[in-house]
Write a protein that binds this ligand. Structure first.
Ligand code: 5GP
Length: 191
């Protein structure tokens, strides 16, 4: 039985890069695949980037408790499929890369199931770095930047609800600390 890791962090913090490196180095880890009702983009494959569902099918599964968490973004539904994750966990440890709200839903959904997810928040070393990274991302207006920054501050304020806070100061060092957390948690569960 694997361990379930939930990784969150504001956009621009580099969590996608960290997770990608981790998956490349550790084949006992797998990334969950979410369901969505949006149309596939060019190059996206069913079951790889997402499982693409009709709205009716998504809502049916949601009402049958088929998601560990779900949310609506830009008029489309997104969710983490419960049976898929539970099945993967039989063989490997699984990473969910989701926001704070989703992470809290997952923890709630698994209460009493015998699976205790490990919640890891990735944080920038300081606010200046976050602003630089957010600003460097796209040609955004001051207002958009402020919205993203407020969102980032909100997410980071929820670190207290997480098991670990990992500061992404230097990529390689942060990746190694993340690996340590994962190994520690896996071995705790083997005891
Ligand atoms: P996109 O359509 O660009 O792939 O994703 C749009 C948004 O949906 C992103 O903010 C992404 O993080 C979010 N998202 C993707 N999968 C899930 C999921 O399984 N659950 C939740 N709550 N959000 C998701």
């Amino acid at each position: 039985m694997g361990t379930l890791f939930v990784i969150s962090g504001p956009s621009g913090v580099g969590k996608g890069t960290l997770v990608k490196l981790l998956l490349e180095e550790d084949s006992s880890l797998a990334l969950s695949v979410s369901c969505t009702t949006r149309q596939p983009r060019a190059g996206e494959r069913e079951g790889k980037e997402y499982f693409f569902l009709s709205k009716e099918e998504f809502l049916r599964r949601r009402d049958e408790n088929g998601f560990l968490e779900w949310d609506e973004h830009f008029g489309n539904f997104y969710g983490t499929p419960k049976p898929f994750v539970l099945e993967m966990l039989k063989e490997r440890s699984v990473i969910l890369e989701i926001d704070v709200r989703g992470a809290m839903q997952v923890r709630e959904a698994l209460k009493g199931s015998g699976i205790s997810p490990v919640l890891i928040m990735i944080a920038p070393p300081n606010e200046e770095t976050l602003i630089d990274r957010l600003a460097g991302r796209a040609s955004e207006s001051e207002e958009e930047l402020k919205t993203r920054l407020d969102r980032a501050r909100y997410e980071l304020s929820k670190s207290v609800d997480y098991d670990y806070l990992l500061v992404n100061d230097e990529l390689d060092a942060a990746k190694n600390r993340l690996k340590d957390i994962i190994e520690t948690e896996k071995s705790k569960r083997r005891l």
